[in-house]
Design a binder for this molecule. Structure first.
Ligand SMILES: Nc1nc2c(ncn2[C@@H]2O[C@H](COP(=O)(O)OP(=O)(O)O)[C@@H](O)[C@H]2O)c(=O)[nH]1
Ligand SMILES: [Mg+2]
Length: 338
């Protein structure tokens, strides 16, 4: 269609040829007939389908929430990740620990490491909000996850120097019921896919239960049984480190019989390490407080060390050739001279 001939709706107007409106409008755009036909013509034109080269590929917009195991698999093909699995029964304090780690980095560098990004910031922020008194819940607590819910993975990138290579830390969290069920029915252990990824298996020991006289003996036994069950069924085969984190130290320290409680915990730690050692399992034992709500003066305990152990960049291997004293070959003697 020739746009010039339809620039004005008035058939006798020559505006398209000489630029003068037949109604005498100046500027011509004031004329109600001007450009109407052109606009009409333009709108009637079917847009050409985009060619292969101009078609814009859809881009994935990241929700910022936690990753599932499939998303983690894709993520781990792009980044070298270091995975930590938190294992513990319901209400042991797994999610609160994740919220506390996030909160620490919100305030600045931790253990000489600075925040370098996160693919799951929204997931962290949600847990953190619910773990705080400010969430206006009756009691600060993280949402209860059902046993059938899959593992959730949190990502935290940290680096030791401003331009250093980031360490991509992945922390997994799952419903405590799923772990409790797998302890008693070991056929369920193979469903815990996150353990295949775990470079570090972290068993969360509920310090509050261990300081309760009526519960502590049974709970202490069940806790050990869980580690044995997971280990004996190969779930920890890929883990380079096994660690026990005794949480809620503030509860132990707020009891009237604090000395007795601390002694019980010390003894339990020693017995547990000795027992696993004799079974050929090397475990680390550490104490933390991720939310000092029972005794504020205790404060957050042990979190810097947690981050240091989980995320500190590994020292690169020293591959330089060492000099050999009194070497037989001339080439090796040269090394000694240098
Ligand atoms: N006093 C105290 N309470 C804690 C601590 N860590 C977690 N909790 C509380 O323990 C309860 C269960 O914590 P949560 O993280 O939801 O346990 P999860 O089921 O293992 O994820 C919540 O009420 C938390 O506020 C801690 O270090 N000290
Ligand atoms: Mg939880």
């Amino acid at each position: 269609m020739n746009i010039a001939t339809t620039l004005c709706q008035k058939p006798d107007c020559l505006v398209a040829q000489n630029g003068h409106c037949s109604l005498g409008m100046d500027p011509v755009e004031q004329c109600p007939n001007y450009a109407q036909a052109a606009t009409q013509a333009e709108t009637n034109v079917e847009p050409a389908p985009p060619s292969e080269s101009t078609r814009v590929q859809p881009i994935e917009i990241c929700s910022g929430d936690v990753m599932n195991i499939e998303e983690l698999a894709i993520f781990s093909r792009r980044h070298r990740v270091r995975t930590v699995s938190l294992i513990g029964e319901h209400k042991a304090g797994k999610t609160t620990l994740i919220a506390a780690v996030y909160a620490k980095f919100c305030k600045g560098p931790v253990a000489g490491l600075q925040f370098a990004g996160s693919r799951t910031l929204v997931g962290f922020a949600k847990r953190h909000h619910l773990a705080l008194v400010d969430s206006k819940r009756d009691e600060p607590t993280t949402p209860r996850t059902s046993r059938s819910e899959p593992a959730a993975f949190f990502h935290l990138a940290v680096r030791a120097e401003a331009r250093g290579r980031p360490v991509h830390l992945i922390i997994s969290d799952r419903s405590g019921e799923a772990y409790a069920a797998a302890r008693t029915d070991t056929s369920l252990i193979e469903d815990l896919g996150e353990l295949q990824f775990a470079e570090r298996a972290v068993f969360i020991l509920d310090g509050a239960k261990l300081s309760c006289r009526g519960q502590r003996a049974a709970y202490g036994r069940q806790f050990k049984q869980m580690i044995h069950a997971f280990h004996d069924n190969g779930a920890l085969a890929n883990a380079r480190a096994i660690e026990i984190l005794a949480t809620k130290t503030d509860v132990t320290l707020s009891r009237p019989d604090t000395d007795d409680q601390t002694k019980y915990l010390d003894d339990y730690e020693q017995r547990l390490i000795a027992e696993f050692h004799s079974s050929g399992i090397k475990v680390g034992f550490h104490r933390i407080c991720a939310l000092p709500k029972s005794k504020l003066s205790v404060g957050y305990l042990g979190l810097d060390d947690v981050i240091e152990r989980w995320a500190h960049p590994e020292q690169s291997l020293d591959v330089s050739q060492k000099a050999i004293p009194d070497a037989a070959r001339q080439i090796d003697r040269l090394m000694t001279r240098w």
